[in-house]
Ligand binder design. Sequence first.
Ligand code: ADP
Ligand code: MG
Length: 514
Amino acid sequence: MSKLVQGYEVVIGFETHAQLSTKSKIFSRASVAFGAEPNTQACAVDMALPGTLPVMNVGAVERAIEFGLAINAHIAERSIFARKNYFYPDLPKGYQISQFEIPVVQGGEVSFFLEEGKETVRKTVRLERAHLEEDAGKSLHEDAALGGGGQSGIDLNRAGTPLLEIVTQPDMRGSDEAVAYAKELHKIVTWIGICDGNMQEGSFRCDANVSVRKPGDPLGTRREIKNLNSFKFMQQAIDYEVRWQIDQIEDGHTIQQATVLFDPDTGETRAMRTKEDAADYRYFPDPDLPPLVIGRDWVERVRSEMAELPRVMAERFVKDYALPEYDATQLTQSKAVATYFEATAKACGQAKLASNWIMGEVSRRLNASEMDIEQAPVSAMQLAALITRIQDDSISNNAARQVFETVWLGEFRVPSWPEGINSIRDWAQRFNALREQLQLMDAIIEAKGLKQMNDTDELEKIIDDVLAANPKNVEEFKAGNAKALNGLVGPIMKASKGKANPGQVNALLMKKLG
Ligand code: ADP
Ligand code: MG
């Protein structure tokens, strides 16, 4: 059962434009590099000069195949390019070449984890299709009021840039789910390298179709929020739109199908135009392009050359490292995180501890300082060394967090650095073996006096003293009050200056108290 907003169920479907990472355009040889002077990257084909013809870019097709394989979709053996007719200054042909009735990628699904209250649940969003198309140019307006010339110009550099439009079924039931889907999709396209994922530059932009309905009713009328280019705006825009639609309906209005824009400054969505239907575009097959035929041998070759996919890697983590599915999915958020995890786990042989530390302490600190894991000041080998010292009972978890912080901040000085080494950073860069990192950890543990007390004689003496000093607690415990134990463990830990091993303290106490 999906959660309701003021008694309404939210329904969302996504259309995402991923700019494909080819060097040249989808039907011409002009470059697609970002940021060039206007109209320096538009050739005769992009300008739609008479007599020019489109030629399919094989690299774009290959990337569509890779995407289809990544999401378990059907790759059409024969798909068709169509003309989508509309008139706009930045579209010199008067139509956009797209795919309509028969797209190259059909079906497939994207799944991800979502926090629901205290639970983590797996959600799957079905994809309807993904099709190849060209981007349009850009209209640039000089605002006279702002000192511009009051003229408009057209930049055709973007015209003909290859796009993969990825369309979902209306399967999402809330803004958090929609954002989680978009993040997962972003992860997939960047992981397989078909798109650079740069949302600021518009390489990955999402349109969110949003409607609301009373549970059990047929689908409501949707409004489409265009060109969401950050996950934060995506969440804000959908939340605003849902509240707006519910207010309208509650006030007795009906929702008109429309295309809307989100204004980050006001946090509101605003209608741009009433929505066109497919009929408005008068689609028909483009006579300039033959059907796109993809043989099974091509698909198989692409499959065999693809790097390990995130979900396949996650399955491997579950199998090889005995990790819970949730951990495995989190650790395959990016290739860099996965690499860091594997390096740590292999070096220390403690995959679950490595996973806990990476998803906990490491990612908390990375988030706080807005860093990627490649920039983490604690190397995988250093984390492995730290985990090794937890595992062999040299330090408690608490002490380990202090050591971790010391390495992270890099403020510790080893009493006798070898020649040419002045900092923990230098140390991490010079040595990439567990042995040297263990030396570093041991030096920090020693200098900070964090070593766990594993000497039973010493500990027994402390325990005997504490028991003798607290006869009341001992009596209460023996009389069956389990809580009285806390009154003993506290003073023992204190007397050991926090260095006693809690497990050992418990075991010894139990032995002594019978
Ligand atoms: P178009 O191509 O005209 O935008 P589609 O029917 O292909 O229209 O749908 C586009 C997107 O809108 C899809 O992601 C689909 O899941 C979603 N969608 C369709 N109907 C609804 C609805 N009632 N509420 C929310 N999303 C919807
Ligand atoms: Mg649409």
